[in-house]
Each structure stands twice: as C-alpha cells, then as structure tokens.
Design a binder for this molecule. Structure first.
Ligand SMILES: Nc1ncnc2c1ncn2[C@@H]1O[C@H](COP(=O)(O)OP(=O)(O)O)[C@@H](O)[C@H]1O
Ligand SMILES: [Mg+2]
Length: 587
C-alpha cells in the first residue's frame, strides 16, 4: 500500500500487476490444478479413439465399444466443465489486476500536481483509466499471461502423448515450431508501433467527444455543425484505417501464416504416418490419435507465441498508465492547523513567486499579511494573477520560491487536508454535480445534522429560491448545474463553502458575471458570510468590496498597491483608474 502514501512515488503498472498476482496466488494455484486436470481429461479422448480402432473394432468387443462410447460422452463434458472453471478463474484474476490498476491510478490522479495533470486531455485520462487498465488486466493477464502457464502444462502433456505414440511423427510435426517462433519475433517491433498508434487514435477520439458535447451551443451558434461533422468523419477514417491494419496484422501474421506453417508440417506428418503404417511400425488407431493431438499442440504453440505479441500490446498500454502514475504529487506536510479558537485564520505571503512555465508571469515576489478576521479585497486587471493567488493559498500549486504561512505555520509543513478543511472556497466557475441541491451543498457529505444546510443556504441568500424549486432541496440540478443561472450557482457555491464553517473564506470573482440585482444578492451573501472569519475576496466589480478593510491591487503578477479605499483613491494610482472606470456603478 506504499503507493497510497501522500507524496510517495507510486509503483509502475507492471509492479502493481505483480503485486496483485501475488495476492491472487491461491486462486492461481487452483487454476493450475484445474488446468492439469483439464489437460489430463483432454488427452484421454484421442486414446479412446485409438482403443476403438485398434482393439474394440478388430476384436468385435461390444462390451468395450459400449464402455468407450460412454467415455466419449463423459470425457468431453467433463473437459468442458473444467474449461469453464478455468475461464472463470482467469477472468477473475485479470479483473482483479485491472481494478487494482484503476483504483491506484484514480487515487494518484486525485492528488497529482494540477500543473502536471493539466498537460493531459480529459479523453486521455478517461481512456487510460478504463481501456488501458482493462487491456493490461482483462486482456493481457486473463487471456495471455495466465494461459502461458496453463498452455505450457498442456503443451508438455500433449507432446508427451505424441512422442509416446510415435517419436518420429512427433519430430516431423515439431518442424513447425521454429518457423512460427521466427515469424513472431520478426514482427514484434511492427506490432508495438501498430498498437501504439491504435491507442493514440482511441484517445484522440475520446478527447474530441469530451469537448464537443459541452461545446454544442457554440457549435450551433457558429453554424459549425458541418465543420464538426468533418472533424468526426476524419477521426472515423483514421480509426478505420488503423483498425484495418491491426486486423490485417492479426489475421495474416498471427493467424493465416502460422496456420499455413502448421498444416504444412501436419501434412508432412500425416503422409509419413501412412508410410509408417504400411511399414507396420504404426497402427491406424495411433495415427488417428496422433492427428487428433496435432491441432491441439499447434493451438497451444500459437497461444504461447502470441503471448509475446500481446506483451507488446500490454506494454504500450502500461506506458500510458505509467505516464500518469509517474506524475508528481504536491507533497503534503503532516502538521494540522489548530482548532478554530480565534475569529479567523492569519495568512501571510513572503516573496512568493510562481509561474505556469509558459513564459507567463504568474505572480512575482508577493508579500502581504492578512490579520485574523480581516476582510481583504483583491482587485486588478484581468489576467493579472488574482486567481493564481487564490490557487496558491488553496495549495493547488506550490510556489516556486517564497513562503506562505497560516497562523504562522509554513504551508509546506501543513497537511493539505487540514488546511483545506478550514477554508471555504468559492471558485471562479462553480462546479455542481448532477445531483440534488442538498447533495451539492453538503458535498461530499450526505447527512444534514441539525439543519446546517438551511442555515448555510440562508446566509448565502439562496434558501428562498431553493424552497421555490419543484422538489425543494431534493431537486436535481442537471449536469454541471445546467438548469441554474450563474447567480444561483454562485450562491450554491457560497452555501457549500459556508457549510463547513471555515475560518478563512476565499471568493474568486463571485460576482463578475452577474447583473446588478443578482450581484446585490450575492454581495449581501458575502457580507453575511464573512462575519466572524477572515475573508479574501477577488472582485472584478469594485462595488462588491467597498466594505473591505484593505485592498490589494494586483497587476502583471505584482502587488502594485495596498491600502484602504480612501488611501488608494488619494494616491491616484491604478486603483483610482479602475474606480474611475466603474464610477457609474458606485455610490
Ligand atoms: N492553468 C494555467 N496554465 C497556464 N497559465 C495559466 C493558468 N492559469 C492562469 N494562467 C496565466 O497566468 C496569468 C494569471 O492568471 P489568473 O491568475 O487567472 O489572472 P486573474 O485571475 O487575475 O484574471 C495569466 O497570464 C494566465 O494566462
Ligand atoms: Mg481569475
């Protein structure tokens, strides 16, 4: 379970696979037992034929014939039963591996550095969590890796029986083996690049689909249906093309050519067998039994060689999963923030710099303190770095240099969970689940002990609105809260933040997209919400923050002004300009 440690380096997917297989040893043992029994039963059938032809028929032994016929019915049924158990156990173990990978990968992604995760498209993440993990567990382990073990048992059994019947014939039949082996080796590199391209294509398709549906309004508004149809069509063609190549490869290199090799060798063995019978060195029954074993040994051989190629396919998928498992996590400290005794949290930035690594400025050399219970406003031109400050406080990103402290404790030493449990965060874009109003406000909890939800909704000025909904607090809000307006979503987010009674309230542009009347409601919500706690409010509309104790003015990632409204207006700097520009809004 080392991979669950916060900040620890997770195992690679093949490491996890081995670990899970070790856990499944009892089941794998049972599987081997079933396979051995199945092999034994499978070997009996051709011998029954041999007895029938070589002994029972020439001797006209009706009793033996009857017995053999009973055997011919029971043995295959028994074989089929064992085969089913075999399949079930294999599927179980394969699924266990796939689920293990899915669980670990999901856990890891939940705590990976956002800056790293943002390099991947949602479709890629979805594809790797579903298909790639499935290809490793369900396909590779269940259909190839475990069968190698079982096929080896089967091959040894079948070859022993064949050699016992006639070693000369067996030697001829074995001629096919080296040819098939060479064929597989030669095509390995090709197989890998094919599978890689196939996976890339699938991920591209998922990523596209993931974008197009949420963007449907824009698509329609710009009459872009034709454009999108073409994009989808071009993906279909790309997929068709690569799928055709994969299928051709499978049919030709993995099926047809090997079969040709096998049957050429079988023909040789058969012809030579006839010669042996004429020479009196072999019975007809033995040849019949031998010929019955032959396709089995080839099938097993094919499966064994196929495993080589399937290992390539599993590797291609493992590489994709490992690219995600290798993403760095934000290291979380272990100190907890103390119980809320004061009226709010203290916060300080000291020479904090951060950038997104795109030649942007992010934030630079920020230094400021926030006293407990203070109401701080952060204003400035769009793109100046205001949201970045909020994200740094939340610990979504780690500063490149400088320190952020909470109640005097360095953020790096704090447990992120403890830190976040004391922050009420209202992001710039409210995220709502496709669930009920109450589930969204209580998130991630479910139970509302003591009517906290009504209290929080009341403070967020949204209680009345919710009661007016068809099912009140049990109304479904639709995917991402599509059935609500921007202002309603904002107030839901405020209620959600207040429910945890945070010591520090962070609001990022909670009123930017709202009309004046709705803005007033949200402002009233903020005024109630910030009572008794520290509040940092990023605001585009200055009217939202007129009550602030202090205002930070951020431009191009720098703190350019800081002070009360009066002092900032008096100094006639950037704040004065912003204020002038919005003066029609202000009292
Ligand atoms: N996830 C991100 N990846 C790369 N650059 C980003 C990201 N988020 C913001 N930026 C860039 O960082 C700068 C500051 O952005 P932001 O903090 O969102 O500004 P504000 O909230 O003041 O409008 C901008 O230049 C923006 O393009
Ligand atoms: Mg912003």
């Amino acid at each position: 379970m080392r991979s669950h440690d916060e900040g620890g380096v997770p195992k690679e997917s093949f490491g996890l696979l081995k670990e899970e297989l070790r856990k499944q040893i009892p089941r794998i043992g049972l599987l081997i037992l079933v396979a051995v029994l199945g092999t034994g039963v499978g070997l009996i059938q051709p011998l029954l034929f041999k007895s029938l032809i070589d002994t029972a028929i020439p001797d006209s032994d009706l009793g033996l014939i009857g017995l053999l016929l009973v055997g011919m019915v029971i043995v295959p049924v028994l074989g089929a039963g064992l085969n089913s158990v075999n399949h079930y156990l294999r599927a179980f173990v394969g699924e266990a591996v796939a689920q293990r990978l899915r669980r670990e990968l999901f856990n890891h992604l939940l705590s990976v550095r956002l800056a790293e995760l943002e390099k991947f498209r949602t479709g890629e993440l979805i594809n790797r969590l579903t298909r790639s993990c499935g290809m490793i567990g369900e396909v590779y382990v269940a259909d190839h890796l475990l069968p190698v073990l079982l096929n080896t048992i089967l091959l040894v059994g079948t070859l022993t029986a064949m050699i016992a019947l006639s070693w000369r014939l067996a030697l001829l039949a074995l001629l096919a083996f080296p040819f098939s082996f060479l064929l597989t080796r030669k095509t390995r590199g090709h197989a890998e690049s094919l599978y890689d391209e196939f996976s890339t294509t699938l991920e591209a398709g998922r990523s596209y689909l993931h974008e197009v549906w949420p963007g449907l309004r824009t698509v329609r508004a710009f009459n872009a249906e034709g454009h999108e149809r073409k994009r989808w069509q071009s993906w279909i063609e790309r997929h068709w093309h690569i799928k055709a190549r994969v299928t051709t490869f499978h049919e030709l290199i993995r099926t047809l050519l090997p079969e040709f090799i096998n049957y050429a060798a079988a023909g040789l063995a058969f012809g030579y067998g006839a010669f042996e019978i004429i020479q009196g060195r072999l019975t007809v029954g033995s040849l019949v039994a031998f010929v019955a074993y032959l396709p089995r040994s080839y099938a097993v051989l094919q499966a064994l060689l196929g495993t080589q190629v399937n290992l390539q396919e599993a590797r291609v998928n493992a590489k994709r999963v490992d690219a995600l498992l290798g993403l760095e996590r934000i290291p979380s400290g272990h100190k907890n923030l103390s119980a809320p005794s004061s009226k709010g949290a203290a916060l300080a930035f000291q020479n904090v710099s951060f950038d997104y690594g795109r030649g942007d400025f992010g934030v630079q050399e920020l230094t400021f303190c926030v006293e407990p219970g203070e109401f701080i406003a952060v204003v400035g031109p769009s793109g100046g770095g205001k949201s970045t400050i909020i994200d740094l406080i939340m610990g979504f990103y780690a500063p490149r240099s400088g320190t952020i402290t909470f109640d005097g404790i360095d953020q790096r030493n704090l447990s992120l969970a403890s830190l976040r449990s004391q922050i009420g965060f209202v992001p710039q874009d409210t995220f709502l689940w496709n669930d009920t109003v109450s589930a969204n406000i209580l998130y991630p909890g479910r139970s509302d002990d003591g009517g906290r939800i009504r209290q929080a909704a009341g403070a967020a000025q949204i209680d009345e609105f919710i009661l007016g909904l068809p099912d009140g607090y049990e109304t479904l809000v639709g995917e991402r809260g599509m059935t609500l307006s921007g202002g309603e979503r904002q107030r839901f987010a405020i209620a959600r933040a207040l429910l945890r009674q945070p010591r520090l309230l962070l609001l990022d542009e909670a009123t930017a997209a709202l009309d004046a009347l709705t803005e007033q409601k949200v402002r009233a919500a903020i005024d109630v919400a910030r009572q008794g706690r520290t509040a940092i409010v990023v605001a585009h509309r200055l009217v939202t923050i007129l009550q602030a104790d202090r205002i930070l003015v951020i431009d191009e990632g720098r703190l350019v002004e800081m002070g009360t409204r009066q002092s900032l207006l008096a100094s006639r700097g950037l704040f004065f300009d912003l204020y002038q520009a919005q003066s029609f809004d202000l009292p």
